[in-house]
Ligand binder design. Structure first.
Ligand code: CA
Length: 229
């Protein structure tokens, strides 16, 4: 089945460019030029993925995310301009799944969309993954064991929780405040500084070269992204 993508973007050139490239890859496209139409098409067109511009004429992109998140877990990828850096983080915290920054390459956008498709598949199969393996890393979440090249390594409970969170969200970005909420719990302080400290020690344990990480990638100013392949 072709996936249907809803593009909510007021810039006609960007809409045409994205529609053309996505149609060529077999996606079907619905597009809206403002937030109200975007919400309307979300409700009536049953899309699989939303590409959302943050700077819309009638409303803020984050407002759309909050409304969509009230009723749906549909993947939302933010398409933002550089000057919208802080809005982008707010949008991710409001529940967007990922972002690309303008100007972006179509290859980059397609890769992000594929990550979302894998996410949809994982969620639709509902098979809990007890053992996760990528390259030289193996994580057995049931037995609480982690192996690097078949050699067991010891993680602290926080490091283990962090690692499972990153793996569950692999391929997409996860913000500092999402990490803090998930690992430390609501209302507690896991500030970006302490997250960096835990992340550094986790990297030292699971990465062969922590200055050039294979698994835990840094998204500067935003958070982290775990490699998906
Ligand atoms: Ca715009």
């Amino acid at each position: 089945m072709n996936k249907k993508i809803l593009i909510i973007e007021d810039d006609n050139k960007i809409v045409s460019f994205m529609s053309m490239a996505l149609k060529a890859k077999g996606y079907s496209i619905v597009s809206a030029r403002n937030g109200n139409d975007g919400i309307l098409y979300f409700c009536t067109e049953n899309p699989d993925i939303i590409l959302l511009d943050l700077g819309l004429p009638d409303m803020d992109g984050s407002e759309i995310i909050s409304q969509v998140r009230n009723v749906s877990e549909i993947p939302v990828i933010i398409v933002s301009a550089r000057e919208q850096e802080s809005d982008k983080i707010a949008a991710l915290d409001a529940g967007a799944n990922d972002y690309v920054t303008k100007p972006f390459s179509m290859g980059e956008l397609l890769a992000r969309i594929r990550v979302m498709e894998r996410l949809i598949e994982r969620e639709s199969t509902h098979v809990p993954e007890s053992v996760y393996k990528l390259d030289y890393l193996t994580v057995d979440s049931e037995k609480h064991r982690v192996y690097v090249d078949d050699e067991e390594i010891h993680l602290t409970p926080i490091e283990f929780k962090l690692l499972l969170l990153l793996i569950a969200n692999r391929g997409k970005v996860i913000t500092h405040s999402q990490i803090s909420k998930e690992v430390w719990g609501y209302g507690e302080t896991g500030d970006s500084k302490s997250i960096r400290v835990f992340m550094a020690s986790l990297r030292r344990k699971i990465e062969k070269d922590s200055s050039n990480p294979r698994f835990i990638l840094t998204e500067i100013g935003v958070g982290y992204r775990f490699a998906d392949e």
